[in-house]
Design a protein around this ligand. Structure first.
Ligand code: GDP
Ligand code: ZN
Length: 365
């Protein structure tokens, strides 16, 4: 128990525009007192640029027990962070995809798995709506996932298969985040795991059979003491990690291969060249190639944007560093310009690089 009764530690369970809901950690919650407080954040936190996410452990000050309000004074260091929507201190990432309605898109699934792997936390793959596929097709998906390095769990809210196994896994202490495309049945699953939760469930709509965005806010709920689950808004195309060199390591089957034999090429992007230890005889190799291509393009685009910004700030790229562009008055007149001056051919107002150029001295001045 902290010495100051008006100071406690808590866990951010939900965010709203300017405030958040914080559950007091059990040790700090006093008997008969509120477990959940509505909190603002101290201005100095906002000024220091410290963000607050669901899953953050925070120090509270100025607790007013009668109104159930407090202020967040500090955010504890995070052990992990899932981006978009941000969830901190995640210890398990559950990726849910439906085997039908909408049809399973293995490339989209791969992008979700990459995002999940990028957290550095264990990943659980769940195949939902298993009732919609015949047994044989289901086991084919499971075999494929196993070859990628995932022991997938088939579940169905209709016939109840896999729900107990999922509940058991999510009841272990920690914070599990459930993500996946919209419409795959995440809300239905979480409702099934915890009756009374009542997350809105949307009918899968439209030509693309993608569910509507019904789950908007991230919220944590406890499935068992110390076992928290976060439901995240669906997104169909998660971002890839920024660094192309990191991508291969986010594929378990590549990690396995690299554990057996290290690649002889330095800084290899493992695109399956002869001699590359990763090779190309794995199912997701072409999708790895697609993601890598996207990433390299994205890197290129960012570099070009950076260059453009630098140009606008009067800088120019010299090799891999930026240096200031000399102002025209400070520049040595170029040979060509000197020649032109001699021949009286400098056009007024236009320099060599198309910018405002050298102006001939005012004859009157
Ligand atoms: P979310 O967007 O991932 O949260 O998906 P929802 O839980 O809102 O479900 C989208 C649609 O899929 C709804 O029409 C559900 O009734 C349906 N659905 C959910 N789970 C199952 C399932 O196990 N089997 C079948 N056949 N349909 C399901
Ligand atoms: Zn290689």
């Amino acid at each position: 128990m902290p010495a100051d009764p008006r100071q406690c530690f808590g866990l951010v369970v939900a965010l709203q525009a300017n405030y958040c809901w914080v559950d007091l950690v059990p040790a700090a919650a006093q008997a008969g007192q509120l477990q959940r407080l509505l909190c603002t954040r101290r201005t100095r936190l906002a000024k220091s640029g410290q963000t607050i996410c669901v899953g953050d452990r925070v120090r509270l000050e100025g607790i007013d027990w009668s109104s159930g309000r407090a202020a967040i004074a500090a955010v504890e260091p995070r052990s992990s962070l899932v981006p978009r929507p941000a969830v901190a201190n995640v210890s398990l990432v559950v990726v849910v995809v439906a085997v039908a309605e909408p049809a399973l898109d293995p490339i989209q699934l791969t992008r979700f798995l990459i995002t999940a792997e990028a957290t550095g936390q264990p990943v659980l793959l769940v195949f939902s709506k298993a009732d919609l596929l015949p047994e044989l097709a289901m086991s084919q998906w499971s075999e494929r996932a196993a070859a990628w390095g995932y022991g997938a769990l088939p579940v169905s809210c209709r016939d109840g298969r896999g729900l107990e196994a999922l509940r058991e896994r999510l009841s272990q202490p920690g914070l599990a985040v459930v993500c996946g495309p919209s419409g795959v049945g995440k809300s239905s699953l979480l409702n099934g795991l915890r009756p009374g939760l009542e997350l809105p469930v949307a009918a899968v709509s439209g030509r693309l059979q993608r569910g509507r965005h019904t789950t908007r806010h991230v919220e944590l709920f406890a499935l068992a003491p110390g076992a928290l689950v976060a439901d995240t808004p669906g997104f169909n195309r998660p971002d890839l990690p920024a660094d192309p060199a990191r991508l291969a390591g986010l594929f378990p089957e590549v990690r396995q291969r690299l554990a057996r034999a290290s690649c002889q090429f330095r800084d290899c992007l493992h695109q399956g060249e002869p001699g590359c230890a990763v090779g190309n005889d794995w199912e997701r190799h072409p999708w790895y190639g697609l993601c890598l291509h996207d990433l390299l393009e994205q890197q290129d685009r960012l570099q070009r944007q950076g260059q453009q910004r630098a140009d606008n700030q009067g800088l120019r790229q010299r090799g891999d560093r930026l240096e200031p562009r000399l102002s025209l008055q400070l520049r040595q007149p170029s040979r060509r310009r000197q020649r032109q001056r001699l021949h009286g051919r400098v056009e007024e107002g236009v320099g060599e690089d198309g910018g405002p150029g050298f102006s001939p001295p005012d004859p009157a001045g």
